[in-house]
Design a protein around this ligand. Structure first.
Ligand code: F0G
Length: 441
């Protein structure tokens, strides 16, 4: 049986709490029985085979890339499971990006290929199922757009009502449209993400509403499966580096927890280094580590065009810092122009991602230059959101007006080689052929 424990004082907590009642620190799920018996009473070799075999079965839970790993998840009764067949996301080689970055082996674990277009689905399936099992009728989140899209979808599939708080005007239209379409009550608050979190924390104290923000420990458990799946896809041979974008810092925590458990259970013999990349304008973890040695959070007033990670006061910073320390990873920050270039490079590989995911490639380039990532090492970027999550950003980039009127305007000539603006022509065969010929030259 799993139990909830405080990451600070180690005390146990009731199953539907988010913070320790004694020291207010975050909670995480632990599995006391694993030490003697292993997850589900099985050893690592049997689990590896069982998880692969499930992919060929027809049961929805077996077809889910999260629930096929159910031995390493908290127990939820099968009939309460809400799944939209999340997980089972691809790993792609990125040969051109690798060359540009200066390393030989670069892969992307594309979590944007989940049902609602972001990595949030892997955690949401577990936390929404728990909410339903625990008897809640309402779920709620504050979000920069992806959590809300995911929560609204899982709530709808599970017959739950959902409440979304998002910062007014600061999330992409496609994400907003998703939560509307999936039927959430969507409130645009005239504040930023951090302000939405403050309001929501009070709402859930007063109302019987279950909080599905990333402090929710069940979400972290679901997000863990992406790392198990990645290692399965790599033949259980760990890469040297896993590079993750950092916002509220739950995803880096989840991937780190997964790796810790994999090592403890004998699935892998060494830990990849986990590095968290933030946007320069939303860099509280970078500042916390550089300025206080990880002692005390340095909150910032966040601002970046990568709106998914426009977060100044990340809830899970302690968990992420522990993961970085344990795996001997690091943190880095990247500029708006570096993010835009990296996003276009990932797009030009025929893959694409949203801006927040592209910080990983931008960060990797810096890490190679600094010598932290060696040319012969293998790195995996965790791409968190689909390219269509923020088509506005992409169109502005290619039309050349992404940075118009911003402090980055002067640097925008660097983007020129990657820009492909649409060509408006007369409907003439000759005009099109002429374009083809000039493109070939
Ligand atoms: N990438 C994308 C596409 C995201 O949507 C988020 C977070 C992150 C990275 C950062 O992940 O918070 O676990 O460090 N989005 C949240 C949301 C905050 O509300 O959708 P994190």
């Amino acid at each position: 049986m799993s139990e909830l424990r405080c990451i600070g004082c180690g005390r146990t907590a009731l199953a539907d709490r988010f913070r320790c009642e004694h020291c207010r620190d975050l909670l995480e799920i632990t599995y006391p029985g694993w030490e003697e018996r292993g997850p589900g009473g099985l050893d690592s070799a049997s689990l590896k085979q069982l998880w692969l075999d499930r992919r060929c079965l027809l049961d929805p839970a077996d077809q889910s890339g999260v629930w096929r790993f159910r031995e390493i998840l908290p127990e939820i009764s099968q009939k309460q499971v809400i799944t939209i067949r999340e997980g089972n996301t691809p790993v792609y080689a990125l040969p051109h990006c690798a060359k540009n970055a200066g390393i030989q082996q670069l892969y992307a674990k594309h979590q944007g290929m989940n049902p609602t277009g972001s990595f949030k689905d892997t955690g949401m399936t577990v936390a929404a199922s728990f909410a339903r099992q625990a008897g809640y009728r309402w779920v709620a989140c504050a979000s920069t757009g992806n959590t809300s899209a995911s929560m609204a979808a899982y709530a709808a599939r599970g017959g739950l009502h959902s409440l979304v708080l998002i910062p007014d005007g600061k999330i992409s239209w496609s994400k907003l449209s998703q939560s509307l379409d999936y039927g959430a009550i969507t409130c645009q608050l005239k504040t930023d993400f951090d302000g939405c979190v403050r309001v929501l924390n009070e709402v859930v104290e007063r109302m019987p509403v279950y909080l599905l923000n990333s402090v929710n420990p069940y979400r972290v458990e679901g997000q863990k499966t992406a790392a198990f799946e990645l290692l399965e896809q790599l033949g259980w041979e760990p890469p040297d580096h896993i590079i993750v974008p950092g916002g509220n810092l739950a995803n880096s925590s989840a991937i780190g927890k997964a790796l810790r458990e994999m090592k403890q259970l004998g699935f892998i013999s060494r830990l990849p280094k986990i590095t968290v990349i933030q946007a320069e304008g939303a860099n509280p973890l970078v500042r916390t580590i550089r300025e206080t040695g990880g002692e005390k959070l340095v909150p910032v007033h966040a601002d970046t065009m990568a709106t998914a990670i426009r977060i100044g006061n990340p809830a899970s910073w302690k968990k992420a810092w522990r993961v970085i320390r344990e795996t001997e990873g690091t943190v880095e920050q990247v500029s708006e122009v570096e993010i835009a270039m990296a996003k276009a490079e990932i797009g030009a590989e025929g893959i694409g991602c949203e801006p927040a995911s592209a910080v990983t490639l931008a960060g990797l380039k810096k890490l190679v230059k600094q010598g932290f990532v060696k040319p012969g090492e293998m790195a995996v970027l965790v791409l968190t959101g689909h390219a269509l999550k923020d088509a506005d950003f992409t169109l502005k980039f290619h039309r050349g007006d992404l940075f118009t009127g911003t402090p980055y305007e002067q640097e925008s000539h660097l983007l020129k080689p990657l820009q492909r603006s649409p060509l408006v022509l007369e409907p003439s065969v000759d005009a099109v052929i002429q374009i083809l010929r000039s493109a070939e030259n």
